[in-house]
Design a protein around this ligand. Structure first.
Ligand SMILES: [Zn+2]
Ligand SMILES: [Zn+2]
Length: 243
């Protein structure tokens, strides 16, 4: 299983980049995790959207779903050009009915995942944990039977995250604030909390993502390093793990 960063900003994309989006691939199966602003454009540096087998969404904030509309148009246009009838499944939670309904279009179909159960997509399994965020949001534990990756999605820090992340080979943690700040209001984590989570869960590697638009983001890595001894990477486009 390989995971690559397509977009890594929180809130909005800075120039030539995208907000939250990651491509997970295994044996020719391609799954996009979140589809933020700019994701469709940046994804096409790697593959054509018609090559996607599924999209899985953590929640319906714009910085995670903004490119779902353009993705639906891309599928529609590609189907027309190539005289195909491919329907792309988009998995999301059903706790906001109107937002879930928007996932279905002529060339895409919204499918609800049940967060209480494991979702199996091709060679990948997904387990979910509801996070602490102003809207319903789910962290994902993704496995191909060999390696395990946890993506926190958007959340403030809470104890149950440790169990959910336990022993993961890679932890992709949202890191929206710097050491000493309080992210619990908007529902986000600090560098310190990411480092503590990685340490207490005993993960193999930590990526800091969902980056803020203020301060020196390299500082986030330095701050997390005070707590976690393993490898830490600041998310950037094309940052990849696995093969
Ligand atoms: Zn976000
Ligand atoms: Zn959010």
């Amino acid at each position: 299983m390989q995971i690559s960063t397509i977009g890594y900003w929180g809130a909005y994309p800075e120039a030539e980049s995208a907000t939250s989006s990651y491509l997970v691939s295994k044996d020719g199966f391609h799954c996009l995790i979140d589809c933020g602003s700019g994701a469709l454009s940046r994804l096409q540096r790697r593959l054509n959207p018609t090559q996607l087998d599924a999209i899985v969404l953590s929640h319906y904030h714009h910085d995670h779903v903004a490119d779902i509309g353009p993705m639906q148009y891309a599928m529609l246009v590609q189907n027309a050009i190539h005289q195909t009838n491919k329907i792309l499944p988009i998995y999301g939670h059903q706790e906001e009915a109107e937002k879930f309904a928007n996932l279905s279009h002529q060339s895409t179909i919204g499918i609800a995942y049940d967060p209480a159960h494991t979702l199996i997509l091709g060679p990948l399994t997904f387990q979910f944990l509801k996070t602490k965020h102003p809207v319903p949001c789910y962290a994902m534990r993704i496995s191909d039977g060999e390696k395990t990756i946890v993506y926190t999605a958007d959340t403030s820090y809470f104890e149950e995250l440790i169990t959910f992340c336990k022993g993961a080979d890679l932890l992709i943690a949202e890191c929206s604030f710097y050491e000493g700040m309080d992210g619990s209001g908007p529902g986000h984590m600090t560098s310190e909390e990411c480092g503590k989570l990685a340490r207490d869960a005993g993960v193999g590697e930590l990526w800091l993502t969902h980056l803020p638009h203020f301060g020196d983001t390299m500082k986030l890595k330095v701050e997390a390093e005070q707590l976690f001894n393993g490898p830490i990477k600041l998310a950037e486009e094309d940052l990849s793990y696995g093969s």
